[in-house]
Design a protein around this ligand. Structure first.
Ligand code: DQA
Length: 378
């Protein structure tokens, strides 16, 4: 990875100009610190400084034409920040993600510095951290290129986190008990989602863990269905996938509600999914391979002839983010450890007919798992 740092007008005077605002390090010392950080991150750097708007515009153009390619630009346009449409347009004209940085906090100074003309052509702006502003910008470019923020996750949850997830799961479980009575043919999926969410909020949830799924009839064949204004049919299952947050910790569960008559075909896939879930749960313990948990569920669904209809992984870790490591999938290399919280959620989806998914959230123990999805008495 290669990143270009552009230092704008007057920044060659660093170490001499307004030391109270910009510090006492010279531009060379500044750049050296940034380069050391970049080297630690495995990023190659190039530095450019100019007091000329034209030279900066041309350097940006040249970066786009560079045969070796830049993966990002960190730019401190300095005073040009506040009025250079030319630099903004140059950044917009090249296909390189740029982060605008400032040594001082431009929002805590004179009013005219608050406004940036150039930031609108950047992926973000970092202001007020001295040389660290540049390092944070490099980090942002690196993490963004990786596709997601790669935060070090504590996969083994603390007793405090587990307790909060248990509370969140318990609120969700109570919401399910309540909503079973509420669901009836003629109500819309959106009605049910809102009622579920309202119940959880009213009973101690600080928010949702993710967007609630309520899907009935054929629409439940889509694992990621969004609640619609479709009315619940007289006969068939309604799929609910929902969760809430307590002290920042998430819960996640999927339940099926039967309305009226259930067709033999849907009843059959429900039983298979239940069997697959029980099999996967029985494999979980400290030291078990995540891929074996997936396999236990998948083997049963495959043997019943529905291999193609189970197109997602069996589960995932849960914590302060609803989808965390470890993935419970065929390709996962993770080994389960005591204190990990994971979901077990096999499903079968028949296009044009409907789907069934059953999901519990469990905490891995030394010799098995503790299911968090059935309320506090469980
Ligand atoms: C600056 C802030 C600008 O307002 C000012 O004109 C600069 C430096 C900074 O890095 O804090 O020259 O970009």
């Amino acid at each position: 990875m290669k990143i270009l740092v552009i230092q704008g007008v007057n920044l060659n005077r660093l170490g001499h100009r307004e030391r109270g605002v910009y510090g006492s390090r010279t531009l060379e010392e500044f750049n050296l610190e940034i380069e050391l950080f970049a080297a630690y991150k495995g990023v190659r750097m190039e530095f450019f400084q100019s007091n000329s708007e034209r030279a900066i515009v041309e350097r940006i153009h040249a970066a786009a034409a560079d045969f070796d390619g830049f993966d990002g630009i960190v730019i401190n346009p300095a005073a040009h920040t506040h009025y250079s449409v030319a630099i903004r347009d140059a950044l917009a004209a090249v296909n390189i993600p740029a982060v605008e940085v400032h040594i001082s906090n431009i929002h805590a100074r004179e009013d005219f510095r608050e406004h940036s003309v150039t930031a609108g052509a950047c992926i973000g702006q970092i202001s007020g951290f001295g040389a660290l502003s540049y390092c944070l910008a490099i980090d942002a470019i690196v993490e963004r290129a990786a596709g997601a923020l790669v935060l070090p996750q504590n996969l083994r949850k603390t007793p405090y986190e587990i307790e909060n997830m248990r509370t969140a799961a318990s609120i969700a479980n109570d919401a399910f008990t309540y909503i079973k009575e509420y669901v009836s043919p003629g109500k819309t999926e959106r009605d049910i989602a809102l009622e579920l969410e309202f119940f959880m909020r009213k009973n101690g949830a600080e928010g949702l863990a993710f967007d609630t799924i309520v899907a009935s009839g054929e629409r439940s064949a889509n694992p990621h269905a969004v609640p619609s204004d479709e009315k619940i049919p007289t006969n068939g299952y309604v799929m609910l996938d929902f969760g809430c947050k307590v002290n920042g910790c998430c819960s996640d569960m999927t339940r099926m509600i039967a309305c009226g008559e259930i067709s033999p075909q849907m009843r059959k896939i429900h039983d298979i999914v239940q069997e697959a879930q029980t099999a996967a749960l029985s494999v979980i313990r400290e030291g078990a391979r995540a891929s074996d948990v997936d396999k236990a569920a998948r083997d049963i669904i495959n043997a019943a002839g529905f291999a193609e209809n189970f197109m997602h992984s069996t589960g995932h870790g849960v914590g302060t983010v609803v989808h965390e490591e470890p993935r419970i999938s065929p390709k996962s290399t993770a080994i389960l450890e005591e204190g990990m919280v994971i979901t077990v959620e096999p499903g079968i989806y028949l296009e044009g007919v409907g789907g069934v998914r059953l999901e519990d959230m469990v905490v891995v123990t030394k010799d098995g798992c503790r299911n968090l999805s059935y309320g506090k008495t469980n």
